[in-house]
Design a protein around this ligand. Sequence first.
Ligand code: HEM
Length: 402
Amino acid sequence: MATAAIRPDNVPADRIIDFDIFAPPGIEDDYFAAWQTLQAPGVPALAWTTANGGHWIATQGDLIRDMWGDAENFSNEALAVTPGLGEVMEFIPLQQDPPEHKPFRNAVMRGFANSHIVALTPLVRDVTRQLIADLKERDGCEFMQSFAEIVPIHVFLTLIDVPTEDRAKLRPLGAQLTRPDGSMTVEQLRDAADEYLRPYVEARLANPGEDLFSRILSVPIEGRPWTFEEAQRMCRNLLFGGLDTVVAMFGSIAAHLARFPEDQQALRDNPDLIPQAADELMRRYPTVSVTRNLLTDVEADGVTLRKGDLIYLPSVLHNLDPKSFDNPEIVDFERKLPPIRHTTMGNGPHRCVGAGLARMEAIIFLEEWLSAIPPFRLNPDKPAKMRGGNVGAFTELHLLWS
Ligand code: HEM
């Protein structure tokens, strides 16, 4: 929602724009293009939007990436532009700054070790195959509900060893966190997650098993056990981290292939290209943006960002900046990536701990979908719809095949 111009005295008049990160013009049709309007000539590299209470937005790739990785000056504590979300959620490790962040992050990373991800591959393949076996008998589907929202949540619930039927209960919580529609306060959202998780957190602390939460909670924090409160904040973080992001990624990948049949064909002809294709599609369609709060005054691009200011860092404007990647809008499965990595999974000490899991899910989706479903396209009678927010995503994506 745009508010009356809020303009602290460190913001020069020529930096001011009115850009609502939850609803930029055109977002329903194309999240990526809606954000790219901020790279039009004349938009400053550091702009101040008056929407949502007023905050900075970095609009150029190099600034976004550098600020994202600079944990000395840019804190994760605030979490989001959404007022109050950070104070209420207190995610571990996402909202911790170094050095506090490190031992918690190490424990979470141990839980996501590659050996565990590899061990999970057959389950992901099974779930993917079962769903596709049903879908291929039809002549099309609404992809988000029929596939994208099912697999990643099912996999995450299996990882934490809870009933997979709980998917329907948990799915709306993920969407509320990243694209709030006002139907729940942030406190209600946190309480709903905590209420769901509480029995499992207690059980995993008392009697660790082989599941993801148990693995993480059995790694001591600087020589001492996790407290219940810390355990709850970490489990809350993983629950929300795993609910919405992979769903969004599946949507973007399916939409690209539906629009570009030649890319479908290339992967059908040469499945060995799939792992590279998954990487390139994840670069081309980044949907996560993060917020940082300034720990100190920082001079950049001729302005002073003041201690306490909020700045929004959209990965879409790093990955689609032609100064960061050649022809960034082109999907090239054989793209030679520059030494600089894309920011779909972030940059710096908070880079996504679920990156290996997400990549594995993308690869299996591509392998299984393309080997079972005939050439598919967008349904011209039912236009796709997208929503913005800290994770942008398709809300409707109708595919046809015959
Ligand atoms: C395609 C899917 C995914 C995308 C695009 C994605 C994106 C990101 C990004 C951009 C960050 C950095 C946040 C920051 O710098 O403030 C992040 C961090 C994180 N992600 Fe993911 N993520 C994905 C999947 C997952 C999954 C499946 C999980 C867990 C099941 C997960 C859990 C986390 C956690 C716990 C963090 C915080 C790490 C830390 O603060 O040290 N993510 N993710």
